[in-house]
Write a protein that binds this ligand. Structure first.
Ligand SMILES: [Fe+2]
Length: 379
């Protein structure tokens, strides 16, 4: 349940306890409150130096499955952000009130996970960040341009669905704010996370790299681009390509235009890298995140805690999102997760390829057609 909806954000733990990248001057000490004592009893004899996780700590077991070790729930400090967060740490329990508390903690983690999944992994990292590439491709590359032909199919329906999302989903008072997402802060969160977006880091997680999926897209794009661009000079001299990239960087992603990681688009290697990332984000990564899917923690001594002891199921239902909002939210995600009836898979084309490249070369080299060039010798 915990690792379910959004496996693309699970990361290997680099340090223990997990640290934060927030500025301590502004947000105080945000280092995790999860201690060794919380998790070592469930580590099958290992120590904390051998775990995998984020602030929900998950243990990758020998059988390849993930087991939750600890969940840390944090609130802003009542005296202000610079004092750090106030945090509670929960660990697995099967029975009694501890079992009910653990059940609730997992529900909180799952709600945060699904909110992050739809807002950041799905909307921001695929739909929103690819949009400038779609616009610049249509504005600057002619329909005969090889890079237009390469990318166009991967942008199918993106502008349409993004426009619809702006009207009813992510707008102020829209469906996202009404359901399981963090109300009026939903888009603000997404905007803040975008400030740290890095185009060249949008490649594949290591587990997919291992299965050679990234390599397949990259090898294919490299073959394709090498057919049209035999030298780096041809990249620099392609005015359509250069104005396309200028617009993506300076207009579409204008807030990030001065970041050092932008490919300069001066070499074929840079073109291949950029097209590989765009195709990966707009196809397989998007598919992975698209398809699929209060009250505070009761404190001991309160009536809510007593209810948790006597009737944990009722307490659980009172805490999680109400029935109507849940139905609305689940229906929305169900609709958003539908596959189109006219899907086209990677490597397939929507229309017969009238400029089938290899065939043109073959026929140009066929002596039977040597008189078909016309006076200007265009093959
Ligand atoms: Fe989507």
């Amino acid at each position: 349940m915990l690792a379910g909806v959004n496996p693309v954000i699970i990361q290997r733990l680099q340090e223990f306890p997990p640290a934060s990248r927030l500025d301590p001057e502004v947000y105080g000490n945000q280092t995790s409150s999860i201690k060794r004592k919380h998790i070592e009893k469930n580590l099958d004899g290992l120590t904390v130096d051998e775990t995998y996780a984020s602030r929900t700590l998950l243990f990758l077991q020998d059988n390849g499955t993930l087991r939750p070790l600890a969940i840390e729930l944090s609130l802003p400090h009542p005296q202000g952000d610079k004092h750090g967060a106030t945090s509670l740490v929960f660990t697995p329990a099967d029975e009694g009130v501890e079992g009910a508390v653990w059940q609730l903690a997992k529900a909180y983690a799952a709600v945060n996970d699904s909110g992050y999944h739809q807002l950041i992994s799905h909307w921001l990292n695929t739909h929103a960040t690819i949009e400038p590439f779609v616009i610049a491709t249509n504005r600057h590359l002619s329909v005969l341009h090889p890079i237009f032909k390469l990318l166009q199919l991967h942008f199918r329906d993106t502008m349409y669905i993004n426009a619809l999302a702006r009207q009813i989903l992510i707008n102020a008072g829209g469906i996202l704010e009404l359901t399981v997402f963090p109300g009026k802060y939903a888009m603000e969160m997404s905007s803040i996370v975008y400030k740290n977006w890095v185009f060249t880091e949008q490649g594949l997680p290591a587990d997919l790299l291992k299965r050679s999926v990234q390599t397949a897209i990259e090898a294919w794009v490299d073959d394709y681009c090498s057919f049209y661009y035999s030298t780096d000079d041809m990249i620099r001299d392609d005015t359509e390509l250069q104005s396309w990239w200028m617009e993506v960087r300076n207009e579409g992603h204008g807030d990030l235009k001065d970041e050092p990681w932008w490919p300069q688009m001066q070499t074929r290697a840079e073109l291949v890298e950029a097209c590989t990332i765009i195709i990966w984000v707009a196809s397989a990564l998007h598919a992975a995140v698209n398809f699929g899917h209060r009250r505070f923690m009761p404190e001991s001594g309160t009536p809510e805690y007593a209810e948790l002891e006597s009737n944990p199921d009722v307490a659980y239902l009172k805490t999680i999102t109400a029935q109507f909002q849940t139905l609305l939210g689940v229906s929305l995600i169900e609709i958003l997760s539908r596959h189109a009836s006219d899907e086209i898979y990677l490597g397939q084309r929507e229309n017969p390829e009238w400029t089938s490249d290899n065939r043109i070369v073959e026929r140009n080299n066929d002596s039977r057609w040597k008189n078909c060039n016309g006076p200007v010798k265009v093959p």
